[in-house]
Design a protein around this ligand. Sequence first.
Ligand code: 6PG
Length: 491
Amino acid sequence: MSGATGDIGLIGLAVMGQNLILNMNDKGFTVVCYNRTTSKVDHFLENEAKGTKVQGAHSIQELCAKLKRPRKIILLVKAGPAVDDFIKQLEPYLEQGDIVIDGGNSHFPDSIRRTKELESKGLLFVGSGVSGGEEGARYGPSLMPGGSPAAWDSIKEIFQKTAAQVEGDPCCDWVGETGAGHYVKMVHNGIEYGDMQLISEAYDILKRGLGLSEDEIADIFFKWNKGVLDSFLIDITANILKFKDDDGEPVVSKILDQAGQKGTGKWTAINALDAGMPVTLIGEAVFSRCLSALKAERTRASKVIAGPQKETFRGDKQQFIDDLEQALYASKIISYTQGFMLMRETAKELNWNLNYAGIARMWRGGCIIKSVFLGDITSAYTKTPALESLLFDDFFNKAVHKAQPGWRRIIAQAVLWGIPTPAFSTALAFFDGYRSEIVPANLLQAQRDYFGAHTFRVLPGKENAKFKAGEDIHVNWTGRGGNVSASSYVA
Ligand code: 6PG
């Protein structure tokens, strides 16, 4: 289109959209913006975008006319039908090879579908995770694009320059085919739920267990933020704990203890169940939010169900705090181990070629879970791209061994206090299960075969004339019943 000067278009002038436009403008790109309520376009151009190169459009047609080819248009609108709606409105004004980019928190099956639909019309689709909230969008988010591989060359420069940079590397790379970008963002959010739950449990232990004040807990978090836990979420937690209302009381202690959620953590947990992957920590983090939501019922229960007698802590406080840091660290290692196991399984199932070092690198900066820890995960997967589990990596293997005694002491003490630690505990339970060559599923299999003739397989080394390797075996446990088995063995 002659005369078109726009490098990229953006639809949706809510907070994220506005900030992302200003960020792309700062990086030297000409952005053309459009919003359904067009007065917002004028308001934005006259205020926040005043004096920039940002251009406005008052119709989809005008937006498309102002963009250089191949057109690149980012949608930052509410996930769901609104995305399909805008794609439909755009289609008549797009040409072969133009690229529609969905930057919302869309569910990955929708992105798989949209990639196929647009590609069948000669267009390209990118579903991109965008993380980092308002601040990230303005100064450098973590961007996780996936979809039509042919789109990457055209958007690479804009995306990588707009993203956060860590040690000269952009927190953005091509994630993979179809819904891979939104899938990885979904797992990011699940991990975000897990990290937040772990931090909240540590806060609870310090507050209700040790009886520390918000100020004292904030100082502990500030200190932790200089060590292995150095991360955005630990940093903001310390700031939150220090933040006072006008009467001097910490604001956090005035907030209703009922967590909200928009569903991305739940999607991760559902996906883990579908994939048959034990992503227990994210699951517990979602359920903890659900339990917190039952405020009225919990309040009634608190009046009639007593826990253990509260005992004052008589041990070494500093040792306990150090143990808690290690418990948090070890649980975090388990959570990321599980998250990467899930991504590996889904990649296998959907035939995606995910680059795990690249994903960890994208998460090192810009996003909500950004941390020093993700640098270590990047190194682990750079060293061994096909790493089966983070726990097999030398660095993390040593770290988890070092953390183990303190981790166990913390959970044991919390149990005695009656303070719930669902995320810490499930992490340890996973760890103990994962490192066990033998788990009690033998008994479970026997029970299934006893009541339903569901059959079992023989343990290697225990084969005999009746119990043959590789065969579905049924035992007549009661002397009654026949020899017909209900179904064959399914691992
Ligand atoms: C991000 C966040 C963001 C998410 C919020 C709230 O990466 O910037 O993950 O995408 O919407 O964290 O999520 P919940 O409302 O589900 O807690």
